[in-house]
Design a protein around this ligand. Structure first.
Ligand code: FAD
Length: 374
């Protein structure tokens, strides 16, 4: 019986990075995915992902973001192409709101550079923006976006060049801890590995159910609107996120012929299982995004060029689950990324690799432990 050092279950956003870092560390690694990543049936598609450092969600993410930025730059070296684009990120909201207060807390604690704009300064500094009343803007210059599918593809290619084995279109049906090795069952075979890394995205609740953390899957929508205004093109306009009375919305400057990509960050349609996900549109969500456009990006056309649907996998507190399974010391996981995890994938992959190869990590991930819910 051949036994791999480690099997990575799910080679999407985070799993592809773990797969690469394990191969780079010299592990005999196999990656298994139910589809062929990069694919559009999970959570890592739709062209672009925001990356920013002054993190409104919690200041404890900032050290992980420093590691993540380094990881993406390293991946660019390995892949020989640009995958991170530093357009700057403009975030707008009320001074005491979740976004602005959170950014200021992270920036103060970690000494991060942010530029402040009043509501009346914003339209001059960023033509095309009509900010909500009583809002301010914070601009983080060294922030931007990642090309999401290119990141996944680059990790998978680089790992295989290092000798890692990838099985696509291979769903793991179950795993079993056999005290010393793990048996991993697919429809056609049982593989054995000394350790497991589980990065199942929206399927995490099926693969790590015994962690006992309730995960909610939300269907989320992305829209690309045709654009004729030079205001919103890359070079003139940054990535943005706005906390408004309508909700929290974000978007990207026009980077190609598809137009300006926009989405609503809060809300979302809960589904029980990832298998129920589809690319079907949600007219209420689209209406909400168009109301946002009318109010706050008034020069943008409402002609829809493209739509895509994707899944957020939410933990009860919207912070990630990362670490080693308390009952299975050889099983490590990253899941419940709650709609903001892609930017961390490079760091999480490295952290998971360290947990496998060294039994520990120096990265400050205690706040992401699953035991916080027990
Ligand atoms: C619309 C949208 C916009 C977002 N915007 C941002 C953003 O701007 N910035 C940001 O940082 N984050 C963002 N996120 C969140 C981020 O994209 C996700 O947190 C991240 O991509 C999740 O990565 P993952 O590896 O957990 O999941 P995935 O990339 O979905 O990977 C999970 C993989 O596991 C595989 N799998 C599942 N079950 C099995 C099984 N049984 N056997 C084998 N394989 C299996 C799946 O096929 C899949 O490939 C956004 C998410 C969405 C949906």
């Amino acid at each position: 019986m051949s036994v791999y050092d480690v099997a990575v279950i799910g080679t999407g956003g985070v799993g592809s990075a773990a797969f690469y870092h394990l191969a780079q560390a010299g592990a005999n690694v196999i990656g298994l995915d139910r589809f062929t990543p990069p694919h559009d049936r999970g959570s890592s598609h739709g062209d672009t992902r925001v990356i920013r450092m002054a993190y409104f969600e919690h200041p404890d993410y900032v050290p992980l973001l420093r590691q993540a930025y380094q990881g993406w730059h390293a991946l660019e070296e390995v892949a020989g192409k640009q995958i991170y684009f530093p357009t700057g990120v403009l975030q707008i909201g009320p001074e005491q709101g979740e976004v602005i207060a959170g950014i200021r807390a992270s920036a103060a604690q970690h000494n991060l550079a942010i530029e402040s704009f009043t509501a009346s300064e914003l339209p001059q500094a960023f033509p095309g923006v009509h900010p909500p009343e009583n809002c301010v803007g914070l601009f983080e210059r060294d922030a931007g976006y990642l090309l999401v599918s290119e990141c996944v593809a680059a990790y998978l290619t680089a790992a295989q060049k290092l000798g890692a084995t990838l099985r696509t279109n291979t769903a793991v049906e179950s795993w079993e801890d056999q005290s010393g090795t793990f048996a991993v069952r697919t429809a056609t075979e049982t593989l054995h590995a000394k350790q497991l890394v589980i990065c199942g995205g929206a399927w995490a609740s099926q693969l790590i159910a015994d962690l006992g953390v309730p995960l909610t899957i939300l269907r989320k929508h992305l829209y690309w609107y045709e654009n004729a205004s030079p205001c919103y093109t890359a070079g003139n306009f940054p990535v943005f996120l706005m906390e408004t009375p309508l909700g929290i919305y974000y978007g990207f400057p026009q980077i190609d012929s598809q137009g300006v990509k926009l989405a609503r960050h809060d809300g979302g349609q809960p589904i029980e299982r990832a298998e129920q996900h589809s690319q079907v549109e949600d007219s209420a969500d689209r209406h909400s995004v168009q109301q946002f456009m009318s109010g706050y990006l008034p020069q943008l056309s409402h002609n829809l060029a493209r739509h895509a649907a994707c899944m957020y996998t939410m933990t009860p507190d919207q912070h990630f689950l990362v670490g080693t399974h308390p009952a299975h010391p050889g099983l490590h996981f990253a899941g419940g990324l709650s709609g903001h995890g892609f930017k961390f994938a490079s760091a999480l992959g490295e952290i998971l690799s360290d947990l496998v190869t060294q039994g520990q990590t120096t990265a400050p991930i205690a706040f992401l432990s699953a035991t916080r819910f027990s």
